[in-house]
Design a protein around this ligand. Structure first.
Ligand code: 5GP
Length: 189
């Protein structure tokens, strides 16, 4: 997606050969117009997949996911990183290792919002080693629903996430695929 790639080149900053900072439009400050365009692009790609729910992980997935859900005219569901007291009992949970923080956390889905007949589109900001997306897919499967697709804004193609997701049989669409990062270097595939 050209708009997203142009913005990554203009404002993204490689913190190392494996971490890209895009706080100015996605992870800290959010450009709503860009997120709406991202949502339209995901809608265009996935419109014939029979999607009934868009699922994302708090917090950076929420902005692109909500516009995707709006474009597809389906509800958006947020996976929680902490078990809320108001979700007690009726939840599915799975453990995730965070790529950026190196720690692990529990991801929680209420039983109320994904059902057996749902075809779910998982949206996330980054794909690195595929931990977050794999965990989200596990929760969809625990609910007895189907992962119809996975949409990623920024895929770091030099890491193992895409291979892992494809090996598990998932259909992955990434809007920007990065081949290489380094000091002052951002190269697309
Ligand atoms: P994975 O689970 O695929 O290993 O990593 C994806 C998750 O880690 C994303 O949800 C994102 O929050 C975070 N992440 C991974 N790599 C980067 C990166 O280079 N920059 C930023 N800002 N977040 C990243």
């Amino acid at each position: 997606m050209k708009l997203l790639k142009d913005r990554i080149l203009a404002e993204g900053r490689a913190l190392s050969d494996s971490v890209l900072k895009v706080d100015g439009f996605l992870n800290h400050q959010v450009d709503a117009d860009l997120m709406q365009a991202v949502g339209q692009d995901f809608c265009e790609h996935f419109k014939d997949y029979g999607i009934t729910r868009v699922l994302t992980i708090e917090s950076s997935g929420i902005a692109p996911a909500v516009y995707t859900a709006q474009a597809l005219k389906v509800p958006m569901v947020i996976l929680k990183k902490q078990t809320s007291k108001t979700l007690n009992g009726q939840v599915f949970q799975t453990n995730i290792t965070s790529f950026t923080k190196g720690t692990s956390y529990e991801l929680t889905l209420s039983r109320d919002y994904i059902h057996r007949d749902d075809r779910v589109l998982i949206i996330d900001d980054f794909l690195a080693n595929g931990e977050a997306a794999t965990g989200a897919a596990r929760l969809v499967q625990m609910a007895g629903a189907t992962v119809a697709g996975i949409g990623i804004l920024i895929e770091k193609s030099f890491q193992k996430g895409r291979g892992r997701l494809e090996q598990a049989g998932f259909d992955v669409y990434s809007q920007a695929r990065i081949a290489r990062l380094g000091e002052g270097i951002i190269e697309f595939l």
